[in-house]
Design a protein around this ligand. Structure first.
Ligand SMILES: *Cc1c(COP(=O)(O)O)cnc(C)c1O
Length: 505
């Protein structure tokens, strides 16, 4: 006989207590708290009601087809895909996927297969600004496309349209632009890029994974003019929008819309060439949960456009005030002109060194006060320029309820670290044992085995003797290390770190 249900759940409660809080707005990334307990309860009930269903086969579990059809229908209206045209090439159709990454994967897979079907030969290229979500790097890797990442303006994080359109060519299977980009909340020049793509017959995906369920309400909520970015823009061939972000659904649900039935059919995989049941998959998974779909569907019914607009209003008010608060902090600056409920913050290098605030020290300090902001390392670009290290804030409706406290913490944290110099690569390396530093400097992408990577993590102090899988409280030195070491090395080390965290003890 196994453990009692009550004991099992008690253990789960204890484990969950160690997690960062998913509600209350203290974590300004990863979680999207509507601040409405009724929505969470409705979502949970809907997920429970579909718990045993297999989303693999909507002909057996017909509820799945209805839920998906209604979610796609709502998204299509929201994202300007209704009445797109009167032929099969302009009809907008779509799928519900298990998340942003899967929506991005399927946009890439579709474009690649359409490109191949058009008789193109050689290796297809995926062209996008460097700020495009990492899911597209992963997709290019998995689906065999060359990745061509165009530099953005390092001061503002925005893409000059010509920098991208000048690189179009017959080998480009897909261009991706974002509405907005995750790192800097920049709205890419979608009208210009999509027009150039259309003129060359190249597919153009708009990644509105984060913006798709909130930007439609942004003009009214924030009182700003948002240039056209969705399916209303000619030349946009597909668009992704995550329901597990500003759709406030539990994780595991996103929408991918495609212009043109025939284009979208290339998204599918079907085979009757095995002795089992005929396989027809619009998405990557086989058997799949319908829980998050049902939850998202229920939330959509409950909120309707009015409800979404109301929550967007809360996000817009909070974002506006946070932006003004941060802009007024001596030594920090808001990067560019963010569109939507995201803000990236960099050091203001126009003031004297003693007044500058390092964004990673600032985030560490805010964390000490109980608020978790997301640190983003600086990055070299293809044109030789460097994007600055930043700290990222994702603002959700619940943020507004705690705005006074958050704004105060952001100011106090800045006061506490103002003038503290950025941790440099030299400092990080100088603090290490000589032999180790020499070894790192000599690292030439030689394959590091698991034992070697683990030993390095130990020496770097990233895995302690009594490892509880938690990273250090002060992350600035860690991020400096990420910036200082070669990408293949940090990627290998981080892989080891994560892999070790789930190894049975
Ligand atoms: C979140 C996000 C994605 C995909 O991420 P998932 O974590 O898989 O949902 C893609 N693009 C952007 C801009 C995003 O913000």
């Amino acid at each position: 006989m196994g453990a009692e249900a009550s004991e099992i759940l008690e253990r789960l409660r204890i484990l969950r207590r160690a997690d960062a809080p998913t509600h209350g707005g203290r974590v300004l990334s990863y979680v999207y708290d509507s601040g409405r307990a009724d929505l969470d309860e409705l979502a949970a009930a809907a997920a429970l009601a579909t718990q045993s269903v297999n989303g693999l086969d909507p002909t057996t579990f017909t509820s799945v087809a209805v839920l998906e059809r209604e979610v796609v229908g709502f998204a299509r209206t929201l994202l300007g895909g209704d009445n797109a045209g009167d032929d099969a090439d302009s009809d907008v159709v779509g799928s519900v996927t298990t998340g942003g990454t899967e929506s991005c994967f399927l946009a890439v897979k579709t474009a690649r297969d359409v490109w191949i079907a058009a008789g193109q030969i050689g290796r297809p290229r995926l062209l996008a600004p460097v700020t495009v979500h990492a899911a597209f790097q992963k997709a290019a890797h998995l689906f065999g496309l060359d990745l061509d990442l165009v530099a953005v303006d390092p001061a503002t994080g925005t893409l000059p349209a010509a920098a991208l359109t000048s690189r179009l060519g017959p080998d480009v299977a897909l261009v991706v632009v974002s509405a907005p980009s995750y790192p800097f909340a920049a709205l890419d020049p979608i009208v210009e890029v999509a027009a150039a793509c259309a003129a060359s017959g190249i597919a153009c995906h708009v990644d509105s994974c984060i913006g798709g369920w909130i930007l439609p309400f942004w003009p009214d909520a924030a009182g700003v003019d948002v240039p056209a970015w969705d399916l209303r823009v000619p030349g946009v061939t597909s668009i992704s929008a995550d329901l597990h972000k500003y759709g406030y659904a539990p994780k595991g649900v996103s929408v991918l819309l495609q212009r043109g039935r025939d284009r979208q059919r290339a998204q599918y995989f079907a085979t009757t060439r095995w002795p089992g049941y005929p396989v027809v998959n619009p998405t990557l998974l086989g058997s799949k949960s319908a829980g998050a779909l049902a939850a998202a569907w229920a939330i959509i019914q409950r909120l309707g456009t009015e409800g979404f607009a109301e929550l967007a209003g809360a996000c817009a008010r909070a974002t506006g005030r946070l932006r003004a608060t941060i802009a007024a902090i001596d030594g920090l600056r808001v990067v560019g002109d963010p569109v939507g409920p995201l803000i990236a913050v960099a050091m203001d290098e126009t003031v004297p060194a003693e007044r500058r605030v390092d964004p990673h020290h600032w985030a560490d300090q805010a964390r000490a006060h109980g608020w978790i902001l997301q640190q983003q390392p600086g990055l070299g670009q293809a044109d030789g320029s460097r994007l600055p290290p930043t700290t990222h804030l994702t603002i959700t409706p619940v943020t507004e309820e705690h705005l006074d406290e958050l704004c105060a913490v952001l100011q106090i944290a800045a006061d506490e670290v103002r003038g503290v110099p950025t941790v440099t690569a030299e400092q990080v390396l100088a603090a290490l044992p000589l032999e180790l530093a020499a070894g790192l400097a000599a690292f030439d992408a030689a394959p590091l085995d698991s034992a070697g990577a683990f030993a390095l993590l130990r020496q770097l102090g990233l895995i302690g003797e009594s490892d509880d899988g938690r990273l250090p409280d002060r992350m600035a030195p860690f991020l400096a290390l990420v910036e200082a070491l070669p990408h293949p090395l940090t990627e290998r080390l981080l892989t080891e770190l994560l892999a070790r965290s789930v190894e049975p003890r």
